[in-house]
Ligand binder design. Structure first.
Ligand code: DX5
Ligand code: ZN
Length: 220
């Protein structure tokens, strides 16, 4: 398990950052060892919270070459995915629960040269994602109900991570919600490749040490 923990990618979620000094926060996370930046987009319909849209992604893009991972918690992704790609998103994920044409959304992301992913909520069975797996480069497994940072990890979702492995899924598996130095090793052991962490990174003063604690929990 240790070597797997060492190679896992850490994706700090800026949802828990100080937005009044976002550029500094992002630099801090990247110099602290972040592998990609997780950008949580919420529309106030799909989830009961509102964050930001393409203009903010574009500003972030202009300040860094880091991989930008846009998690779209929105009702109508087909209408907006291209705008996020044009703003500079590298990875774009859409929820399978969205009442929209998910195949079309994934095709639009791919056509823009970005990496498409699907997201499954904690109470959504893996079967709902299966029709899309061949069209994705990653699957994002939610380990909290989306909308807010700082919630507790729902361990049952790791069965879906193991299920993806059993299906022979070859893309990356990302997990999001409640990841901290205690839950990170459980996620990695189940087969996750990318750990999203909001409060466990931006809620700490020393981001480098916080990221290290997620990557190598036993040595932090
Ligand atoms: C929740 C978001 C998460 C959130 C995670 O809807 O998708 O990315 O920022 O926050 P933590 O790591 O604090 O649970
Ligand atoms: Zn997220």
């Amino acid at each position: 398990m240790t070597s797997a923990v060492r190679t896992v990618k850490i994706a700090p979620s800026i949802l828990s950052a100080d937005f009044s000094r976002l550029g500094d926060e992002i630099r801090d996370a990247l110099t602290g060892g972040a592998d990609l930046l997780h950008l949580d987009v919420m529309d106030g319909h799909f989830v009961p919270n509102i964050t930001f849209g393409p203009p903010v992604v574009k500003s972030i893009r202009s300040s860094t070459d880091a991989v930008l991972d846009c998690h779209l918690m929105i009702t109508n992704p087909t209408q907006y995915v291209e705008a996020f790609c044009d703003a500079g998103a590298d990875w774009v994920s859409v929820h399978v629960e969205a009442p929209d044409d998910i195949h079309e959304a994934l095709a639009k992301i791919r056509a823009k040269g970005a990496r498409p992913g699907v997201v499954v909520n904690p109470d959504t069975p893996l079967e709902k994602a299966e029709p899309y797996l061949d069209e994705t480069g990653f699957v994002l497994v939610m380990s909290v109900f989306p909308g807010f940072g700082g919630q507790s990890f729902i361990g049952d979702v790791l069965d879906k991570v193991r299920g993806l492995k059993k299906l022979g899924y070859e893309g990356e598996i990302e997990i999001d919600g409640g990841i901290d130095p205690t839950t990170a090793p459980l996620a990695v052991e189940a087969g996750c490749d990318v750990l999203v962490a909001g409060s466990a990174v931006f809620g700490k003063d020393d981001r480098a040490s916080a990221i290290r604690a997620l990557r190598e929990p036993r040595q932090a």
